[in-house]
Design a protein around this ligand. Structure first.
Ligand SMILES: Nc1ncnc2c1ncn2[C@@H]1O[C@H](COP(=O)(O)OP(=O)(O)O)[C@@H](O)[C@H]1O
Ligand SMILES: [Mg+2]
Length: 505
């Protein structure tokens, strides 16, 4: 028996459909996955259910009654809870205070004690480990997520909506989190989990509804499908998935870091880094965000100075070289922050393509720009990287009006040139849809297959495993292990990412 039926739901924003005639049915005690690329309409559909938006057309049946929720408060009162991608906890308040926030209280002191008791019980029952008196700002993302879930459970919901809950978790945290979901399921809760990770859908869901371009394309029983079929429905065509790894002829050292340190006061942000990247190699850097990966990328690109140590590129110390000099020697950097370092978003595609070479021939001579080669370069980038510009503006498109995937393609077109001998790619596919992701990965693979080097930093383990010849794992500013492709797997890397040493495995 379905506890929830959404029927023929449509919702348009300024005339463009975010949801078009979508059906969704969820049962009690079911974990239902909602799958789709970025922009497919998943969050919109859930925001409609949760009372944040009102559908233009369509009906919602909740526990066999037709409902329209005018606000999240109403949805919660009727038994529907939602944990958003971006948490909404009050940072300076405690866990307990956050959970009871906004609830009616009579006899403040007493109810707070009662609340603590039932929260601790709930937490224990479902394995949601939290400290009731800790302040939110002192908690890890994983802990904050547990608070959000507890907050919903404390309000007696029957259905829990989770919007991309695992994006911020380590592999170990994801495992624990799935245990929580299994316990909820056993107790009869219904769960809707939004994700675009096939492996998670296969591991945790009972059924899956797939959205594409705002429409429902398929509902499947998870045990009767596989990742290949899922991705086919999700993107409307088959993926290559595996990359062909070619043998390399020239495998000398391209980049070498010797005892590189960055200190911030007493704290080592980069801690005694020894690392080589060979020619014809993709060296993957795995790790949870914020363990020194970006500092490593920046110290190689020259954006950041090391406190001590030495960096050599093609057997030559580049310690004193500027960012620009390093770029000219063939070190390119694809930043994880497209807007801060990669692009000037108020400028056009054509201008952004020129950012690094504006003072060079043939683009300019003695300060005078040369229109033809500049436009030629932009035109080639659009063609080669299939950049979708806005309307008819083409290379004159202002970058901020393009989608994230197309913005990233501009950076890649500019950075991954023939002259690039080492490409540092920092989270190059984060936030991109699957088509653009595949394109970026193939581009990096092509660099490798032409005997050049890639340093690939990614929080996405599947990406690291699919592309890397060797994998270094960072934790707390250190490289805690380097694995060859043949010995690497998700478990081993996951353990290292969580701070286990290679010896302890
Ligand atoms: N408040 C809004 N205003 C305008 N467009 C929106 C709004 N919310 C979502 N959209 C658009 O609706 C489409 C679906 O978005 P969303 O539901 O967030 O997708 P998903 O969660 O699957 O990535 C996107 O094209 C997005 O830009
Ligand atoms: Mg979303």
């Amino acid at each position: 028996m379905a506890i929830l039926e959404m029927k023929h739901i449509s919702k348009a924003f300024s005339g463009v459909y975010a949801n078009e005639d979508v059906d969704l049915s969820v049962e009690k005690g079911e974990i239902h996955a909602l799958l789709g690329e970025n922009g497919a309409g998943k969050t919109t559909l859930m925001n409609i259910l949760f009372g944040i938006y009102t559908a233009d057309t369509g009906e919602i049946y909740w526990k066999d009654k037709k409902v329209v929720f005018d606000s999240p408060r109403e949805a919660i009162n009727q038994g529907i809870g939602m944990v958003h991608q971006h948490f909404s906890l009050v940072q300076k308040m405690t866990v307990l205070e956050n959970i009871i926030l906004g609830l009616k209280q009579d006899g403040l002191f007493l109810s707070k004690m009662d609340a603590r008791k039932s929260i601790v019980e709930l937490a224990e029952k479902y394995g949601l480990r939290v400290r009731p008196d800790a302040r939110i700002r002192d908690l890890s993302v994983g802990e904050q997520q547990r608070v959000e879930i507890l907050k919903a459970l404390y309000r007696n919901v029957d259905l829990l909506i989770l919007d991309e809950p695992t994006g911020v978790l380590t592999p170990k945290e994801t495992q624990d989190f799935f245990e929580v979901l299994r316990k909820l399921k056993k107790e009869g809760y219904a769960v809707i989990i939004i994700t675009h990770r096939m492996s998670e859908i296969m591991a945790i869901s009972d059924r899956v509804t797939i959205l594409r371009d705002g429409k429902k394309v398929k509902e499947l029983v998870t045990s009767e499908t596989d990742p290949k079929e899922l991705s086919m429905y999700m993107i409307g065509r088959e993926l290559h998935g595996e990359f062909e790894i070619q043998e390399q002829s020239d495998t000398g050292v391209a980049l070498e870091l010797k005892n590189v340190n960055i200190m911030k006061g007493e704290k080592a942000i980069l801690d005694n880094i020894h690392l080589t990247v060979n020619k014809g190699e993709i060296l993957g850097i795995a790790g949870v965000d914020g363990n020194g990966q970006t500092e490593l990328a920046e110290v190689i690109a020259g954006i950041r100075k090391s406190t001590s140590g030495e960096i050599c590129f093609m057997n030559e110390s580049i310690q004193k070289a500027t960012v620009k000099q390093r770029f000219e020697k063939g070190i390119s950097y694809i930043s994880d922050d497209r807007h801060a370092d990669g692009l000037v978003i108020d400028m056009t595609l054509k201008e952004n393509m020129l950012l690094k070479d504006y003072d060079k021939e043939p683009f300019s001579k003695k300060g005078i720009f040369n229109k033809k080669p500049i436009e030629e370069q932009a035109k080639n980038a659009i063609e080669k990287f299939q950049i979708k510009t806005t309307g008819t503006t083409g290379m004159e498109s202002v970058v901020k009006l393009l989608s994230g995937g197309n913005q990233q393609k501009i950076i890649i077109a500019r950075e991954v040139t023939e002259e690039a001998r080492l490409v540092i790619a920092n989270q190059p596919t984060r936030g991109l849809d699957i088509g653009a992701t595949e394109f970026v990965r193939q581009t990096l693979m092509d660099v490798r297959n032409s005997d050049r080097s890639v340093l690939l930093i990614s929080a996405d383990l599947e990406e690291i495993l699919a592309l890397s010849d060797r994998i270094a794992v960072m934790f707390g500013g250190k490289i805690v292990g380097v694995l060859n492709r043949s010995e690497a797997n998700v478990q081993k890397i996951g353990l290292l990412m969580g701070g286990m040493t290679k010896e302890a495995m």
